[in-house]
Every structure is written in structure tokens, then in C-alpha cells.
Design a protein around this ligand. Structure first.
Ligand SMILES: Cc1ncc(C[n+]2csc(CCOP(=O)(O)OP(=O)(O)O)c2C)c(N)n1
Length: 249
């Protein structure tokens, strides 16, 4: 029998999947699936899917999933985690859901150190609705709402969230063209939630050839352009000593 190297928690009956050809989401799911297998958390994991292309993956893995309005997945996963504190809660959102319409939820989940893992798929556009400008669109990027080129915000989610507080969290950025790093960072984020009962986030720079209107070579080049604006790496993994409160002296 052919040894298909797919994760054990992969839902075979839901394939072929619903994503566009060349999309990066399935690559992230492979990395997430291997980690769910290795950590043996398949029966104890729930995944919240934001509206956006994430919704296409409600049955991608054999785990419990739920779907919410655009931008609302993070508070729903926070709420579920409160009812099931021993479960592993994962919120999967696009860059629009995480950094625009749902930004308040992301900021407050991080401020409160909610024990969930957020995976932000950053494809530099609003993918599901036809490639509109997102807060992550690159300078000059042509999108369906910026035909002359985006006047970009270049929102730096991981840096902003890591610098907000000294409190210990795990925050990293990776990209779908580096599967080993992607799997490693997602693993660390899940372990952080499980072992430290704290907040973790991995931003994944991802392909969207459908809305970028790119061929295979141009898709790789666009992702490399994204990496220049959005550096990959771990933003905050180490414990910092709390600052002394001068007012108490
Ligand atoms: C409350 C609400 N507002 C707007 C929409 C319309 N909507 C659906 S998906 C989407 C964009 C999603 O973009 P992003 O979060 O970047 O995810 P992607 O599709 O790129 O993965 C929008 C605006 C909605 N479904 N719900």
C-alpha cells in the first residue's frame, strides 16, 4: 500500500478540498494536522473558523469545528475554552478578520492572556470576497478595490501584539513555503497553550494566486515581497522579569 504521508487527523472523505488551486491554507492544515497527531489532542481540540476562506475548511480535519461571523472567531473560541478549560482551542482567521474587523477581539484576547491559539492566515487581501484591499496589502498592490495600487497600512500584527504587554505569550510569524518552520512554530504555539495556559499566535504568510492574479513563479515572488515587509521569526517566546512598581516604594 502506498504510504500517503498525510496527518492521521486528516479527514480523507472531505477531499478534494474546497480551496482554490495554489492556495496556502491546505499547507497550513498539513502542519497543524501533524502537530495535532504528535500532541495526541485530536479528540480534545476545537477549531473556530472565521468567515473568510477559513470557512472552506470546516471538515478539513477530523476535529470539532465551529464557524462564526467575520472577525468573531476569537471571542467564540475564548468562550468555548472557558466552558472546556482542558480542551485545546484554535481560532483560524484571515488577516482581514484578525487585523481589521476582528482586531478588537484579538487585542483583548491577548491583553487578557486568554489560553487559546490564534492562527492568522495573511494573504494580503480579503480572499473570500474577491481580493479587496486588506490592512496587510503591500504598497502599490493592485486589488479589486485599489486598482491604481494600495496605499498600504502594513499592519504588523505580531509585533504590535508582542509589544503590548510584558506578560509572557508565544507569538511568531512563518510562511507556507517553509513547512518545517511552520510546523515548528505551530507546535510551540499549541504547547504554549497546553503547558502555560496562555495566549499564543502564529501569523502564516500564505499564497493567494487567485486574487493576486499570479502564475506559479509570480506567486513565489509575491510571497517573497511579503516576507520583506513582514519578517518571519519568533517575536516573544522568553519570559521577561516583571517591572517593579515604583509607586509602591
Ligand atoms: C460581519 C461580517 N462582515 C462582513 C462579511 C463579509 N466578508 C466575508 S469574508 C470577508 C473577507 C475575509 O477576508 P480575510 O479575513 O482576510 O480572510 P481570507 O478570505 O483572505 O482568508 C468579508 C468582508 C461577513 N461575512 N460578516
Amino acid at each position: 500500500m502506498t504510504n500517503l504521508k498525510i496527518p492521521k487527523c486528516w479527514k480523507v472523505s472531505s477531499k478534494p478540498h474546497n480551496f482554490c488551486a495554489g492556495c496556502g491554507y491546505p499547507l497550513m492544515y498539513k502542519a497543524l494536522g501533524y502537530n495535532i497527531d504528535e500532541l495526541k489532542i485530536q479528540n480534545n481540540t476545537f477549531v473556530g473558523l472565521d468567515i473568510g476562506c477559513a470557512l472552506l475548511s470546516w471538515d478539513f480535519l477530523n476535529v470539532d469545528t465551529m464557524q462564526t461571523h467575520h472577525g468573531r472567531t476569537i471571542p467564540v473560541v475564548v468562550g468555548l475554552k472557558k466552558t472546556k478549560p482542558k480542551a485545546v482551542g484554535i481560532a483560524i482567521v484571515g488577516d482581514g478578520g484578525g487585523y481589521a474587523i476582528g482586531a478588537q477581539h484579538l487585542i483583548n484576547a491577548r491583553m487578557r492572556n486568554e489560553p487559546i491559539t490564534v492562527i492568522v492566515i495573511n494573504n494580503a487581501v480579503y480572499g473570500m470576497t474577491g481580493g479587496q484591499e486588506a490592512p496587510t496589502s503591500l504598497p502599490g498592490q493592485k486589488t479589486s478595490t485599489t486598482v491604481a495600487g494600495a496605499d498600504s497600512h502594513l499592519i504588523q500584527g505580531p509585533r504590535m501584539l508582542s509589544e503590548m504587554l510584558d506578560e509572557e505569550v508565544y507569538i511568531a510569524r512563518t510562511s507556507v513555503d517553509n513547512p518545517v518552520q511552520m510546523k515548528n512554530y505551530i507546535r510551540k504555539a499549541l504547547e504554549w497553550q497546553i503547558n502555560n495556559n496562555g495566549f499564543s499566535l502564529v501569523e502564516v504568510l500564505s499564497f493567494c494566486p487567485t486574487n493576486w492574479h499570479t502564475d506559479a513563479k509570480e506567486t513565489r515572488e509575491f510571497l517573497n515581497r511579503m516576507k520583506k515587509q513582514y519578517p518571519v521569526g519568533e517575536f516573544k517566546a522568553a519570559k521577561r522579569k516583571p517591572k517593579e512598581d515604583a509607586s509602591l516604594e
